[in-house]
Ligand binder design. Structure first.
Ligand code: SF4
Length: 321
């Protein structure tokens, strides 16, 4: 599927729930969150039908996301089913890691192709403060387990908050020194509660890392589906990546669409534009479904306008992180 800027769309980010077992301050309010009702969320069958239909049109890569996808009981089974669909080459998962220790082995058996774990700090008290309810130890045990069972392509994602100290940045980066995993710093985006939060730029992070660990050398090979740029550091087992949607806009290479947990297709993380696929999915009307998908993809914007306009008013957990 090509959009009107000739970009090949072959990647779908599929949110399987808007619920999460954490309450990160930059993502959800402390109270008053209104989650989708069970019957508003796409069912297992809806999701499989959707990916089967999209795969026939050239979708090759699927990222399972949320909310927190491992709060949904059938997520591992869903990964297995999506892996079996003709044309799907890669299925990856993004998780907060809280329940990872419990699922790591099953995810390996399901042949998951890659895993992103969000870890914003390695300080247990700060982790609790950011996530309001989370225990860092559980995430680190999950990470260890994922490495132990041999899950491929493990990446730690850290939001580059303004408060991150030099010591904290180096400590997180060092996860890639001692482990065969990659650490990526993600620029804070002005979405939902992230609006107005101070962040660190790629350049600031770069200079901190170089002064502590030596020269960052560009790593040209691809390491997954995403828009990160990767660098090698001397004596590091893994790479250091940066995802900087504002400072280093990568929209020209955008290959993705998003599906929210209630079945809305979003053509861009920033924009409110999209279409509701739920009706077509529930009736399994493939012709109508694809008509809606093609028409939305034709309207996919050339790039985000984070700095000039308000964009989607939903929270990150409602859009699909
Ligand atoms: S901001 Fe929109 S157009 Fe740019 S990379 Fe993200 S989804 Fe694609």
């Amino acid at each position: 599927m090509k959009d009107s800027f000739n970009r090949e769309i072959d990647y779908v980010r599929l949110s399987v729930t808007d619920r999460c077992d954490l309450r990160c301050t930059y993502c959800m309010p402390a109270t008053g969150m209104c989650f989708l009702k069970k019957d508003e969320v796409l069912s297992f069958d809806n999701l499989v039908f959707l990916i089967k239909s999209l795969a026939k049109q050239g979708i090759k890569k699927v990222k399972i996301t949320g909310g927190e996808p491992l709060t949904r009981r059938d997520t591992v089974a869903l990964i297995k089913s999506i892996k079996a669909i003709n044309g799907i080459e890669k299925v990856t998962l993004t998780t907060n890691g809280i329940q990872l220790a419990r699922y790591a082995e099953a995810l390996k058996e399901a042949n998951l192709d890659g895993l992103n774990i969000s870890i914003d700090t390695l300080d247990p008290d700060e982790f609790r403060a950011i996530t309001r309810v989370g225990e860092l130890k559980r995430v680190l045990t999950g990470l260890e387990k994922a490495i132990e069972v041999g899950l491929p392509n493990i990446k730690v994602n850290t939001v580059a908050r303004g408060e991150l100290t030099e010591a904290a940045i180096c400590e997180i980066a060092a996860l890639a020194k001692t482990n065969p995993i990659h650490v990526r710093f993600i620029e804070l985006m002005p979405i939902g509660l992230g609006k107005g939060c101070p962040g660190k730029t790629q350049e600031e992070l770069f200079s901190i890392l170089e002064s502590n660990y030596g020269k960052l050398r560009p790593f040209e090979q691809r390491l997954g589906n995403g828009p990160a740029s990767y660098f090698s550091l001397p004596d590091f087992k893994g790479k250091i990546g940066f995802i900087s949607a504002l400072g280093h806009c990568f929209c020209a290479e955008c290959d993705r669409i998003r599906i929210t947990a209630d079945g809305c297709l979003k053509t861009c993380l920033h924009m409110d534009d999209g279409c509701d696929l739920k009706g077509a999915l529930q009736t399994e009307d493939e012709e109508l479904l694809l008509k809606q998908v093609f028409s939305a993809i034709r309207r996919k914007p050339e790039k985000h306008h984070f700095l000039e306009s308000q964009g989607d008013s939903r929270l990150m957990s409602q859009i699909g992180g």
